[in-house]
Ligand binder design. Structure first.
Ligand code: C2O
Length: 509
């Protein structure tokens, strides 16, 4: 897809994502009733409407129901599957004593369906605990520039009387709990994953909306699907250094995990709505038939397959901005890499990512690289050998050929994506898998030895060439730190950030 359509596409997408609250209200009224039974006599569940949290009053009945339920769940013992702790542990915990825990799917193409099921079963438990038979989880749509601060109900009042408040959140920029906001380059760059039309890929670069194909649920943390990377940036910036959200073991302990993941679930639907071949891999049997265990509101163990979760109306919910009639789902193909990637160019010196302004690395483009660029094939940028003592709780915007005097702008033609460190910390990965020693398992090896981030730069290079912003013999890659937008004062440069990478490589085929 040429970059030109890439710049027009976001606005098209954006209007879909920002309907007015009034339109939501009308939709909600007409769709709340039950469905008439269909010819095959399968009873259709009652359809409830998941709403934009910005359209709900922080002290209104919906948030009151959520507060009540979270309080009830927090009061239950961790052994109870309907308790707050048990539910959080289903995602991840360092405690390996219960086989029902540590189920979260990351770094593979089960990421989206697994988290959909997780939110679905959790929502049933919350509904029961809230006493409100119509309860649904709201979504936090940070794509909307007016909704980039943590929703108020989760931070006011900021004390133990509020079951939705936790102190364990990013303190940068005056603090997430005081209204520090997600930066636009992170929250608005959903169009990076949205421009991808394939849900899954077998390519090790993970260049797909939904993630990499695996035959059994494993975590391949180095190369995540593009949308998972987008979602990771919110986790990092909301959790910060010692918060829950940035730690896979802690994330579901923060109540805001849920409005975040409900939004992720909704954006999966909005991606499908964009058409242009965007579709779930319905012909992939392994994906469709994969089952995961959860618990219902009575604490009974249940199983759900990916196939069973694809139509949210069959699960009894829709979103307030779902189109009134969606196209019949068609199977989408799984992308494969067109031939092996060849190394075309490598940066000369290792890079040091710190706090002092943009970091630039250059690489010489030899004959082979120049020929590959002219041929207009796929081009991928690898940032390889990423290392840090402490996982940086900031992200880096990555640019190609950004002129030294030009300010970094994620909406410019130079932007290729955000470098997000989440998932690259080997200690977290090993703890999650109960791996004690480095190198003990092949899976672990694969993860650390290739601690890299991949960026598909095909479109960007093509567009830079079209605009005469390309240089035949040299490529510059610029990294610009970004973090929370502070409540007041200067933009965040999280103190003491230190990370290294060994090299930046341009590959192609
Ligand atoms: Cu399993 Cu947003 O995380």
């Amino acid at each position: 897809m040429p970059k030109a359509s890439l710049t027009t596409e976001p606005s098209k997408v954006r209007c879909l994502l920002h309907r007015s609250a009034a339109a939501f209200a009308v939709l909600a009224v007409v769709t709340l009733g039950g469905w008439p039974s269909t010819a095959d006599e399968t009873p259709r569940p009652k359809i409830r409407v998941r709403r934009d949290i910005m359209s709900l009053a922080p002290d209104g009945p919906e948030m009151a129901a959520l507060r009540k339920a979270v309080k009830v769940m927090k009061g239950r013992p961790a052994t109870d599957p309907t308790s707050w702790t048990f539910q959080a542990n289903i995602h991840a915990t360092l405690d390996k004593s219960n086989p029902a825990w540590n189920q979260c799917q990351h770094g593979n193409y089960f990421f989206l369906p697994w988290h959909r099921m997780y939110a679905y079963w959790f929502e049933r438990i919350v509904r029961e605990a809230s006493g409100d038979p119509d309860f649904v989880l709201p979504y936090w749509n940070y794509v909307n520039p007016a909704a980039r601060a943590l929703p108020e109900a989760f931070r006011v009042p900021a004390d133990a009387s509020n079951p939705l408040f936790v102190a364990e959140r990013n303190a940068d920029g005056g603090g997430v709990n005081n209204g520090a906001r997600l930066p636009a380059a992170v929250a608005a760059s959903y169009w990076l994953p949205f421009r991808l039309t394939n849900f899954a890929t077998t390519s090790p670069t993970g260049a797909a909306f939904g993630g990499r194909v695996v035959d059994k649920p494993v975590h391949l943390m180095s190369t995540m699907g593009a949308f998972e990377t987008y979602h990771n940036a919110m986790h990092v910036l909301i959790g910060g250094e010692s918060g829950f959200m940035s730690d896979p073991f802690g994330s579901a302990r923060d109540p805001v995990f849920w409005p975040h993941h409900v939004n992720v679930d909704r954006l999966w639907k909005r991606w499908l709505d964009q058409g242009g071949g965007r579709a779930n891999p319905l012909n992939d049997r392994a994906w469709m038939d994969m089952k995961f265990p959860f618990f219902d509101e009575k604490g009974r163990k249940v199983e759900m397959s990916v196939r069973e979760c694809l139509n949210t109306e069959e699960l009894g919910y829709r979103y307030d901005d779902d189109p009134s009639s969606a196209a019949e789902p068609r199977p989408g193909p799984i992308a494969a890499q067109a031939g092996p990637l060849k190394k075309l160019a490598v940066s000369k010196v290792p890079g040091e990512l710190g706090t002092d302004g943009p970091v630039r690395v250059t690489m010489d483009l030899g004959d082979e690289a120049q020929a590959a660029v002219r041929k207009d094939g796929n081009l991928v940028l690898f940032v390889e050998g990423i290392k840090f003592e402490k996982e940086p709780m900031v992200i880096y915007e990555v640019y190609l050929n950004l002129p030294a005097k030009e300010p970094a702008d994620f909406q410019s033609v130079h932007f290729v994506g955000n470098l997000v460190f989440a998932g690259l910390d080997p200690r977290a990965f090993m703890a999650h898998h109960g791996i004690k020693k480095k190198g003990q398992k092949k899976e672990a090896d694969e993860t650390y030895l290739s601690s890299l981030r991949a960026f598909d730069v095909t479109d960007v290079v093509r567009e830079l060439r079209a605009r005469k912003l390309w240089q035949d013999q040299q490529l510059t890659v610029t990294f610009v730190m970004n973090g929370l937008v502070p409540v007041k004062g200067r933009p965040v440069t999280s103190a003491g950030v230190k990370a290294q990478f060994e090299r930046v490589t341009l590959l192609g085929n």
